[in-house]
Design a protein around this ligand. Structure first.
Ligand SMILES: [Mn+2]
Length: 173
């Protein structure tokens, strides 16, 4: 049983399949996907369907492009010229895929393996415990009815650090 990690697939489905073939990826193996599953590449829809189908064989975290897609799905922003989401937005399984996507975590930690995965890093002054706690806080919002509110406020550079006003009161700050 082997753990493979790959980041930024960005809709490059054919290349992903090629890579898994080269690795002889088998049902006992696990694929860690470090975010940015979609956008820019030509086959974001196939990529999402494939990873969703792989189920418990994958460990996935969300990246900024995945969150951007969710924001478009919820109607809180529109596609940019470089975005390649049309296929997903017109797909009959759009709702299923978006619901699955927003239930993916921001951080995966495997105690036994001693591995932690996020997209684009953790502030150097955060402990793993704090990163896990803050990730959990955002995940809970994404998976709740407050998700649309989160996406409405996701864009822009402010605030530029975590504010210690969490609902959970878990000291993220
Ligand atoms: Mn990214």
């Amino acid at each position: 049983m082997t753990h493979y990690a790959i980041g930024d697939i960005q809709g490059c489905f054919d290349e992903l399949i090629q890579l898994l073939d080269t690795l002889n990826f088998s049902p006992e193996d696990t694929l860690w996907v470090a975010g940015d599953l979609v956008n820019r590449g030509p086959k974001s829809l196939e990529t999402l369907r494939f990873l969703k189908e792989l189920g418990s064989q994958t460990r996935i975290v969300l990246g900024n492009h995945d969150l951007h897609l969710l924001a478009i799905h919820y109607g809180t922003t529109t596609q940019r010229r470089s975005d390649t989401f049309d296929e997903i937005l017109n797909a009959p399984d759009r709702e299923d895929l978006m619901d699955w996507l927003r239930h993916q975590p921001l951080l995966v930690h495997d105690e036994a393996l001693g591995y932690t995965m996020v997209h684009a890093g953790i502030p150097p002054n955060w402990s793993l415990k704090k990163a896990r706690s803050c990730a959990k806080e955002v995940e809970q919002v994404l998976q709740s009815t407050l998700a649309i509110e989160y996406f409405r406020n996701m864009y822009g550079n402010k605030p530029d650090r975590w504010k210690n006003q969490s609902r959970a009161g878990n000291g993220c700050g």
